[in-house]
Design a binder for this molecule. Structure first.
Ligand SMILES: Cc1cc2nc3c(=O)[nH]c(=O)nc-3n(C[C@H](O)[C@H](O)[C@H](O)COP(=O)(O)OP(=O)(O)OC[C@H]3O[C@@H](n4cnc5c(N)ncnc54)[C@H](O)[C@@H]3O)c2cc1C
Length: 461
């Protein structure tokens, strides 16, 4: 550790792993720099409620700076980490052409995972995933927009295409998304249109796996039954082979290929860990699996680098699932190891995950929950889901407005957040078309990146 100052801890990411690690270091005699590529902490489990107009982005994405503002030892910095140098112990981040190098004595990497299209990245153009606020707002625009376009269409086949919604992936995210689109069509929009009947919308949930919610075992069958009851077509053993503007092509178990005509396709099928995992693997010799997850030591550090901790969705260890609790507990464990080292105490040799259970909602008043050996479904599971999610939403203000919005949607029929703008629907594709230089040149960023800003006290790498 460098002399003369307090140990410098750099945390990459403001998701569950990064934020909870930072908060755990609140009173530690260290200087923390949290670098993340967004200015907010994102509560991903409720993204589908933003996409279907129940919640506003602010409720699930509070500003990280605000959450940590009373934490005197912590500085929050915006930037995408592009490079980690394990030898020099530096992290390089960049935002709009401005590059910054941060030196560390201890590093916690919690950069999470992005969407995986299993090698078919071109599907993303027509089937957005759901990993960010941008994704949720784009989907909201596409979902509500499909009903608007159907109202204008005159050809019955075109109306059917516009009123067909396909969700790919029957895990918790896909199930929750499909359930909410069905409720939106059958309850909220029921009386809002003149020409079309929104309740006739077709919602299809498909997956190559043979069961809904595979990790939930027998609860998956209950969820399947409930999905059918609310009018969702569940198609299992169906592998997506192509996606285009008009629809989706699937191959069934018997090898037969068929096309589903659908304007709105939503990808909730796979994850790919942050590319930083591969970078760390190359430098440390740690193995990286096909999903980009890095094999960490039992104490969540990298081989021969006890000062580098990796937590959350990026890691591969004892088949731990990619869920919020793994990231939260991992972030806290890494912070505790740092605190112990700074205090001259021994660090815990092994991360032990305490499984607090998993749950998924299907529709209003209906969910499945598995806590240890206890399996619950229906209203009780839904109430548990409600309480647990409310507890993890950050900030009193967000909790209050979330409860109000839930009352509007679950007790009433409304959706408080139905705004959809052109920017939201077309922005991502337009930016991709224009390329990264466009963003820098039009948004006040640094035009010529020049020399990186060096906050290491040395010359920049
Ligand atoms: C739609 C959806 C629904 C989910 N539902 C549930 C659920 O019901 N229950 C559950 O337990 N889990 C759920 N999960 C999974 C859960 O959200 C993740 O397991 C958890 O967020 C992982 O935490 P993390 O800190 O590893 O990563 P994240 O929370 O993804 O955070 C990663 C952070 O790193 C930042 N970042 C990424 N790359 C860089 C970079 N290069 N430079 C700087 N910053 C970077 C990101 O901006 C972000 O702040 C869901 C996930 C999704 C997407």
């Amino acid at each position: 550790m460098h002399t003369g100052q307090r140990p410098r801890v750099v945390i990459v990411g403001s998701g569950f792993g990064g934020l909870f690690a930072a908060q755990r270091l609140r009173k530690a005699p260290v200087d923390v720099t949290l670098v993340a590529k967004t200015t907010h902490h994102l509560f991903q489990p409720l993204l589908y409620q933003v996409a279907t107009g129940i919640l506003s982005p602010g409720e699930i994405a509070p500003a990280t700076r605000e959450i940590l503002r009373n934490q005197e030892n912590t500085r929050v910095v915006l930037g995408e980490v592009t490079d980690v140098d394990l030898e020099a112990r530096t992290v390089t981040s960049t935002v709009l052409g401005r590059t910054t190098v941060h030196a560390y004595d201890e590093l916690i990497v919690a950069a999470g995972a992005g969407q995986s299209y299993f090698g078919n990245d071109h599907f993303a153009e027509f089937a957005p995933g759901m990993k960010s606020i941008d994704d949720a707002l784009e989907l909201r625009g596409r979902i509500f927009g499909a009903f608007e376009l159907a109202e204008l269409a005159t050809d019955p086949a075109e109306i059917d295409r516009l009123l067909t919604f396909v969700v790919v992936g029957a895990g918790p995210t896909g199930v929750e998304m499909a359930g909410q689109i069905a409720e939106l069509a059958r309850r909220t929009l029921q009386r809002d249109f003149t020409t079309i009947d929104p309740t006739s919308a077709r919602v299809i949930l498909l997956d190559a796996a043979p069961q809904v919610l595979p990790p939930f075992g027998s609860l998956g069958q209950k969820a399947h039954k409930r999905l059918n009851e609310i009018g969702i077509e569940v198609q299992l053993g169906a592998m997506v082979t192509d996606v285009d503007i008009d629809g989706i092509v699937v191959k069934d178990g018997d090898g037969h290929q068929r096309r589903i005509h659908a304007a709105t396709k939503i990808w909730a099928a796979g994850v790919q860990a942050s590319p930083l995992g591969t970078q760390l693997g190359e430098q440390s010799g740690a193995a990286v699996d096909r999903a980009g997850r890095i094999s960490v030591q039992p104490d969540l550090t990298l081989p021969c680098h006890p000062e580098v901790h990796v937590v959350g969705d990026m890691i591969s260890l004892n088949r731990l699932p990619g869920v919020a609790q793994v990231a939260i507990q991992g972030g806290r464990f890494a912070a505790d190891a740092i605190k112990a080292r700074v205090a001259g105490r021994a660090t815990a040799p092994e991360f032990r995950y305490h499984d607090k259970g998993s749950m998924a909602t299907i529709s209003r008043f209906s969910a499945v929950a598995q806590i240890g050996k206890i399996k619950l479904s229906g209203f009780i599971a839904w109430m548990m889901w409600l309480v647990v999610h409310l507890a993890y939403i950050v900030g009193f203000r967000s909790r209050v407005t979330t409860v109000l919005h839930w009352m509007v949607s679950f007790l009433g029929r409304g959706r408080s957040e139905r705004v959809a703008t052109q920017q939201q629907v077309y922005g991502r594709l337009a930016l991709e078309e224009l390329g990264p230089d466009f963003e820098v040149s039009k948004t006040g960023g640094q035009r010529h990146s020049g020399q990186p800003v060096d906050v290491t006290g040395r010359q920049s790498a």
